[in-house]
Design a protein around this ligand. Structure first.
Ligand SMILES: C[S@@+](CC[C@H](N)C(=O)[O-])C[C@H]1O[C@@H](n2cnc3c(N)ncnc32)[C@H](O)[C@@H]1O
Length: 197
């Protein structure tokens, strides 16, 4: 099982704003690109992948949308509009939710009002956490056992204090080289590395 978490700090939790923010400073296209590269291969999709999108530009609570590919039935479109449509649907369904609540969106997709920090505490219980960072251990030198979980951000970096709490949860930093890549490009390289093993 491969798990990816995209912390989208600039992504609005209002569906209309999310859709209107493609190509603007919020760069919500990053969510679609990351989802696309995590889930799809040509003419098919990848099994055993879970993706969490954590949207943090909000008036109330962060929204954490979980996509479990093994359980998803509606995997028809891989273009930006289709994928952001799924995110927007989850956001609409999440309207009015109280803190740390959960609602089903469609088969294999769930939306929760949990923060990135809370999600990390939960995932740390049964996953090995890896923060993608240019100053980490080269991915080729890292051993992976069981359930690796890769943490990425949009164009806004993790706050410094997050690194300290991730450290306490046992997260390790991994690099994919010295070039700054898009989160979606990191996902492709991570899949490639794990595909080779
Ligand atoms: C566009 S980058 C984020 C840029 C952000 N301004 C920053 O300074 O972190 C998106 C995500 O990809 C990860 N990333 C980009 N290049 C990487 C690399 N060469 N190795 C590992 N992770 C990388 C970043 O750590 C981040 O989580």
């Amino acid at each position: 099982m491969r798990t990816f978490v995209l912390r989208a700090r600039a992504a609005p939790t209002d569906s209309q704003k999310l859709l209107a923010s493609v190509g603007t400073a919020a760069h919500t296209e990053i969510l679609a690109h990351t989802l696309m590269n995590a889930i799809f291969v040509a003419q098919s999709h990848r099994a055993n992948v879970v993706v969490y999108l954590v949207l943090e530009s909000t008036q109330d609570f962060s929204r954490t949308i979980r996509f479990d590919v093994n359980a998803m039935h509606e995997l028809s479109g891989f273009h930006e509009q289709a994928l952001l449509g799924k995110v927007a649907k989850a956001l609409d369904i999440s309207k009015g939710m109280l803190k740390e609540a959960s609602r089903p969106v469609e088969t294999g997709v769930t939306v929760r009002t949990v923060s990135f920090e809370r999600l990390m505490q939960e995932l740390a219980e049964d996953h090995q956490l890896f923060v993608m960072d240019r100053n980490g251990t080269p991915i080729c030198a890292q051993a992976f056992a069981g359930r690796p979980c890769f943490l990425l951000t949009d164009h806004i970096p993790m706050p410094k204090k997050t690194f300290h709490s991730l450290d306490r949860l046992g997260a390790k930093k991994i690099t994919l080289g010295s070039k700054m890549l898009f989160a979606s490009q990191c996902v492709v390289l991570i899949h490639h590395e794990l595909d080779q093993r």
